[in-house]
Design a protein around this ligand. Structure first.
Ligand SMILES: *[C@@H]1O[C@H](CO)[C@@H](O)[C@H](O)[C@H]1NC(C)=O
Ligand SMILES: *[C@@H]1O[C@H](CO)[C@@H](O)[C@H](O)[C@H]1NC(C)=O
Ligand SMILES: *[C@@H]1O[C@H](CO)[C@@H](O)[C@H](O)[C@H]1NC(C)=O
Length: 508
């Protein structure tokens, strides 16, 4: 759980139906507090199969291939996911087996099924550390087995194919991650598949029967690189001869979509600031991409060729180059300093705010606005160190980077102080509040959506959700140095009689 606008995810989770031969698992949250009831439903008749499970998270996966046992996760009083349970259909929730209890309140549990569907993985994660267990779906009664050890500062995520577990591992030294594999029967016998690189971050891996897809980031661009894998019986060697998927726009956003493990078709969700959401099927054998679907924009006579997207770089206080994504209408933006501009930012939790299609921006662009995203430190757009350099005692880089982007955009005549608007949600709302306190002269209007503006007070209270797990992000203000550092930027603690704000509840 992060300080994102959670409503969207809740809506997604509510709709997530997890199928098995003839039952569906349906998590439901009717209050919006992320405490779910799970219904087991007969896929053919829609009838309830079992007593609903109560007080659980939406994290759940089938644990067997055919006889209806599943794993779910429950949370403590602060809504921290802390216990993983095995439930058998027909049995009382009160007699379920607790598979693991994470007692450290800076860690939360996460659950994932392998693409091969042969294993379930339980991860225990803090902001800078994570370790994993596996459950063999063919013998759930064996319970969880250790897969990767708990070591401070080491973060692993795991996957399975054939006789091997595949592990993406970040360490202090290999901060942008490496990919290793180990045989199922000896997790300490590791083979290096893809080494660490200083300029390329490995964000995620996705396994197929014959391929491994590596989601990478280089110079603020997401990259999808595919390597063939040897037959499952063959030993694994370091990955060679990868090819990278090419896309139609120079700056864009790309995410994995649903694919079949046994297939050689990789399905991707693509969009850019001018190209609406598109689904591509990429044939990993031939390297050919096929556009299967593109979302239509049904109002306003939308034509992508009317819009221009650009990547520019602002010079931060310490000389670091900060990427900015920009879009405008080629005939309506004058780029002489007279255009209004909306600058968006986030910059926390290593999250990447990629330049994707945003329908609510189209009408702004058609009014002659320029829209820009500042890829400031604290986010993950430029690799792990981009994040490390914008958190804890370096959090102020996030704020000064944003100010540097705003200054760049006015100096290079994309807009002017009289026309510069900013927005950001959640941790991005913290950003908006903090930069308004720092530079009220620079912005004309600001929208802070569900803003996290009381950082100091919040982080001092471990009884409320998210505090304990986020001490590694903001620092623990019960320690004096963090107290004074957080206080020096925390928006509500720095309000002065100095600004006139125009708050817009909605932009369009
Ligand atoms: C992980 O975070 C904890 C708490 O902030 C810190 O004590 C520890 O040094 C961090 N480890 C690494 C490797 O950064
Ligand atoms: C597992 O692998 C390690 C490292 O290669 C080796 O030292 C150990 O003997 C192996 N264990 C077994 C049971 O084969
Ligand atoms: C879309 O743009 C609006 C501003 O028009 C912004 O508030 C919102 O966060 C953007 N959404 C995404 C998903 O980027």
């Amino acid at each position: 759980m992060l300080r994102l606008n959670l409503t969207f995810f809740i809506a997604l989770l509510r709709l997530r139906l997890v199928p098995i031969t003839s039952w569906w698992l349906m998590p439901e949250d009717t209050k919006g507090d992320e405490i779910y009831i799970i219904y087991v439903i007969d896929a053919h008749t829609g009838a309830l199969v079992d007593k609903p499970l109560i007080g659980v998270t939406a994290s759940l996966e089938w644990a067997t291939n055919n006889d209806g046992a599943f794993v779910y996760v429950t949370m403590d009083q602060t809504l921290r996911p802390h216990r993983a349970w095995l439930h058998k259909l027909g049995e009382e929730q009160s007699s379920d087996t607790c598979l693991y209890h994470e007692k450290d309140d800076t860690f939360s549990l996460d659950l994932q099924a392998s693409e091969s569907k042969k294993f379930l993985f339980v991860a225990s994660e803090s902001i800078n550390t994570s370790f994993n267990f596996y459950l063999d779906v063919s013998k759930p009664e064996d319970g969880l087995q250790f897969l990767t050890p708990r070591v401070d500062g080491i973060d692993t995520s795991v996957s399975h194919r054939g006789n091997h577990f595949f592990i993406k591992r970040r360490t202090k030294e290999f901060f942008n991650s490496e990919v290793i594999a180990c045989p199922l029967d000896n997790t300490s016998e590791t083979t290096l598949l893809l080494p660490h690189r200083e300029s390329v971050k490995i964000q995620d891996i996705q396994l197929f029967n014959n391929h491994i897809v590596v989601y990478e980031r280089e110079k603020c661009l997401p990259k999808v690189t595919i390597y063939g894998l040897p037959d499952v019986e063959e030993p694994l060697k370091s990955l060679q001869g990868g090819h990278t998927v090419e896309f139609v726009d120079p700056i864009y956003s790309v995410e994995p979509s649903e694919s079949q493990f046994t297939s050689s078709i990789l399905r991707l969700d693509f969009s850019s600031m001018k190209t609406p959401h598109s689904v591509y099927d990429y044939d990993m054998k031939t390297g050919i991409s096929v556009l299967k679907k593109i979302k239509t924009v049904s109002v306003g006579g939308f034509d992508a060729s009317n819009y221009v997207t650009e990547r520019k770089w602002a010079n931060a206080q310490d000389g670091t180059q900060i990427p900015i994504s920009i879009v405008y209408h080629k005939d309506l933006a004058k780029l002489d300093g007279s255009d209004p501009l909306l600058l968006d930012g986030y910059g926390s939790y290593e999250i990447c705010i990629d330049p994707c299609f945003n329908i609510s921006c189209v009408s702004l662009l058609d009014w002659g606005f320029v829209y820009a995203i500042a890829h400031i430190r604290g986010g993950g757009e430029m690799g792990r160190q981009w994040y490390e350099n914008g958190k804890l005692f370096k959090k102020k880089n996030t704020l000064t980077d944003f100010i540097a982007c705003a200054e760049y955009l006015t100096e290079s005549k994309y807009s002017s102080k009289e026309k510069l608007c900013i927005c950001g949600g959640s941790a991005g709302g913290l950003l908006v509040g903090a930069v308004l306190n720092m530079r009220p002269d620079l912005f004309k209007a600001a929208v802070a959506e569900v803003p996290f503006v009381d950082v100091l007070t919040t982080m001092l209270d471990p009884t409320i959700p998210l505090t304990t797990s986020e001490w590694e992000e903001w620092g623990d203000p019960r320690k004096e140095e963090f107290y004074f550092y957080i206080k020096s930027y925390s928006p509500v603690d720095n309000v002065k009689a100095q600004i006139i704000l125009i708050f817009l509840s909605q932009l369009v």
